[in-house]
Ligand binder design. Sequence first.
Ligand code: SDX
Length: 429
Amino acid sequence: MAKTASLTLDSGNVELPVLVGTEGNRAIDITKLYRDTGYITLDDGFANTGATKSHITYINGEAGTLRYRGYRVEEIAERCDFTETSYLLIYGELPTGEQLEEFRRNIRMHTLLHEGMKLIFAGFPPEAHPMAILGSVVGALAIYSPDSLDPNNPEQVEVAIHRILAKMPTIAAFSYKQSIGQPFVYPQNHLSYCQNFLNMMFAVPSERYQVDPDFVVAMNALLVLHADHGQNCSTSTVRMVGSSTVNLFSSISAGIYALWGALHGGANEACVKMLEQIQEDGGNLGKYIDRAKDPNDPFRLMGFGHRVYKNYDPRAKVVKHICHQLFERHALKDPVFQLAQELEEVALKDPYFIERKLYPNIDFYSGIIYRMMGIPNNMFTVLFALGRLPGWIAHWREMHTDSGGSRIHRPRQLYVGPSERKFVPLIKR
Ligand code: SDX
């Protein structure tokens, strides 16, 4: 295998090092390209550009495989809960029993919000989107946690990690309660992570509430499946913002807003809205498949296609299986789930989708499970953010701990604007 790549430029030949990853993936190292040649590279959407080396998650888009720190995501989703998965992603190893109990204890100690933060929620109108609330209140953690802002202080970083893992579910549940005008339900630290979240979401102070154990199992698996996915848009945002050495809370807040976009994590909400629209339109799948294929129609099949997966998203397979399990156990039927399966079947036989290797991604079925749990559409991406949190933390931490800390991210550009021109005073314009 070649150890260098040759580039022929007008100034002569340049040899660039070729780096080889764990699974044989290769990268041409252009770190010194501009210094040595004055050339930069250009790559719309960074589809061909690696931003960093990483030890965290491996994705094989052609084969449709995904591994967290070397473990297959299907196995982690089946054998680990979300806090154990978070530990693995953040610290790189499966925890011992003692390490896991200490990690969970540290998280439990921080589940409450500062009482002053409740006033932030009170200022939001009822129709405020929970993702806008989540991003704002997570950002405000930087105000209430002045003793854990320094990314270069390992003790402060540890406290910040425990705080944000502990408080995001509380903030998410409070934003839901705020949107439906119900009183906040405080975290109960005798409950497990997902039990606690579901209790804060659906309990009310005036009634006893028992969290459905099936929903706890499903919620753990869903959060695990969302926990990390390499250099996706929101994780790259967390790395970009974190590279300026701003604190963890502010970096995560930026990632939340990137995730909200319908092309990214917002697709789970957009997918269920799309399925409900098709259902209201008489279930006319052909009409919407044709619209998705029409280059002049901006309509896209939400939950379909992926920048990296050119095969079935392995996470979508597990989510679909959880859908079937839950509906069978609860003897429930959801016409939207039925419609989603029919839509998948029609699309996967259509040459347009086959040629472009467009398959269901994690967002295609996840919203159907949330909906079945009684979680409203506008909370689906909040659940995605809760799941992706350990991945964001792991990448932010890796950036600061790898090879003595990273450089500030500052891409270059190819300028194609006007060349220098004389200024024209206003009276002459
Ligand atoms: C997530 O990066 C990650 O890892 C993200 C994620 C994670 O875990 O972080 O996996 C989570 O964000 C999943 C993706 C959720 N988004 C959606 O489901 C939105 C719908 N999907 C598309 O918008 C699209 O597939 C993207 C955004 C996901 C990927 O876009 P790309 O890689 O830029 O691909 P593209 O838009 O250039 O599409 C290539 C072709 C185009 O057609 P042609 O120009 O070749 O004729 O495929 C077509 C596109 O029009 N196409 C679709 C389509 N997705 C791509 N056509 C119809 N419906 C779709 N969903």
